[in-house]
Ligand binder design. Sequence first.
Ligand code: FAD
Length: 622
Amino acid sequence: MQASARQNRCDVIVIGAGHAGCEAARACARMGLKAAMVTMNLDLIAQMSCNPAIGGIAKGHLVREIDALGGVMGEVTDSVGIQFRLLNTSRGPAVWSPRAQCDKKMYRVRMREVLEREPNLRIVQAEVAEILFSEGRRVRGVRLRDGRELACGAVIVTTGTFLNGVAHVGESQYMCGRSGEAPSNLLAEQLRNLDLRWKRLKTGTPPRLDGRTIDWSRFERQSGDAEPTPFSFLTDKIDRPQIDCHIAYTTDETKRVLVEALHRSPLYSGQIEGIGPRYCPSIEDKMVKFPDKPRHQIFLEPEGLDTYEVYVNGMSTSMPVDVQEAMITSVPGLEAAEMLRPGYAIEYDAVDARELRHTLEVKSMPGLYLAGQINGTSGYEEAGCQGLLAGINAALALGGSEPLVLARDQAYAGILVDDLITKGADEPYRMFTSRAEFRLNLRIDNADERLTPFGRRVGLVSDDRWERFQRKSAHKAALSAAAVCTRLDVYPQVNSSEHPTVAEWLRRPESRIAMLDGWARTVLSEEPALGVLTTLETEIKYAGYIAQQDRQVERLSNAEARRIPPGFRFGDIPGVSREIREKLDRVRPQTLGQASRIPGVTPAAIAVLDVYMSLPGARMPD
Ligand code: FAD
């Protein structure tokens, strides 16, 4: 009797073992709390519901930040990645972002291993039917569908697309959490009655193909990087051999098939009411929205090393199965391809995240935290990041400590939370680099400098990570000091009669620190710490811009009350999307502060507006 009472009591209960749930549960356990993670299916911990890839533009930044704080997504990705690519390298280092194609099954297995190693974490397969509250709407536990009750001090809900989930494939629709899994209707019903604002959102996934039925010789090959960039600051090197992905294109026939069947699409027939992500349209949507585009690119991405299942990136759809088959076979090289699973769209309940504090705790219900897709986001990385922050903050609150709230100029994670809780999300929210007004400071190479001290303070950063971080910081300080006083005369590859210092020379666009073979090793008398040379080079090369950005941070903090002249022509602002210009024109805000609170108006657009308002001619009345 006593044993069972002990088992049924813990500090924190995490509902869900998706990408948010795993980070939340592990963070709480690592921070010394007794944590329980309840999931509907133990075999699907950290399931990748959509594409088997982590990272990508801006999402890669989020994973580096999760890692720098002491989270696990980066390490797990490094250990199961099968193709790594650093994206955006033709642009500046602020927007370089890593992406890795993963072995989907290994990702689940590896994440489960990592979680099972945590002595403070109990993993339970069950459905949570109800969250229990005491007086003052303070969380006190959960009730499982089988009738058991678990008591706790805080609950973190990370239920993804499972709340009132409805899948659509053509004319057919059925309730599910995601394909093949039951929805979470009991909990959904309770949450819907809890006096919070809710909305219906929608996302979709493409069909999966049998790789043995694909004519691979017909496609352009896309290889990984020769030198893979790891996600984790703890990974020295990626040793696993890399696989190739392949690039294909839709044809006129693909377009004909889809356009002729549009009346059968649940998106166009009115069957789907939830709002989907505009930035990630389904293939039928692309045909309608870009009628003049002759073809659309698709990527054929293996789902793992020991399976022939192939993910068709770029062909997300909710068309009927027969239309999906015709669409697939219209692509040269896929004439004989067999579909293993059809694509589908899913509609689900998401909360209006303006109901939350910066800690992701529900304002009106102490001890209840929400993280991941339930808050209106889309993506594993966005979910992981929120899970980690919700876990950290639940643990800090239970310990009576100050919360961890990251500012917009400190982390993409800070931008994510700030955007969600101040503006909500009127469509599934994903991270973009354009959401950051201070991009130059928020790079992948310096995520540790920005965040590891916070992770250490809250108790998530291991001694090994902390020692590595301190060594890198010491190396950076020594090299920065040496760079301004070492003249480069001894390097024959530096062809200059002006005898520049290392710092002066590095500021030239064509200079690369790698050309100074051995300089850093000589200064340090040992191998430079992993990543320090990239950070040093970037900070020296872009010192002027970084200083300018620092001044901008200060200026913007004073901009809240800045008045926008009457008659200001919002339609003329350069470098801002038409959608944002139209929103501004419709609302016609009177101050920059007001403009910044219009849903969908990014802080980066506000920064441009701020500068543009000062230009002569921009104030001309309409
Ligand atoms: P999930 O990973 O969904 O995890 C939810 C967890 O909650 C599961 O473990 C489940 O068992 C558990 N759970 C739910 N209810 C209960 C309960 N009552 N009791 C116990 N456990 C419960 N993202 C993109 O970035 N791009 C895309 O194109 C994309 N397409 C998608 C297409 C589909 C069809 C789906 C389903 C998702 C798609 N996503 C996409 C989203 C991505 O999968 C999610 O954003 C991400 O997985 C969300 O993570 P999460 O932790 O919030 O929830």
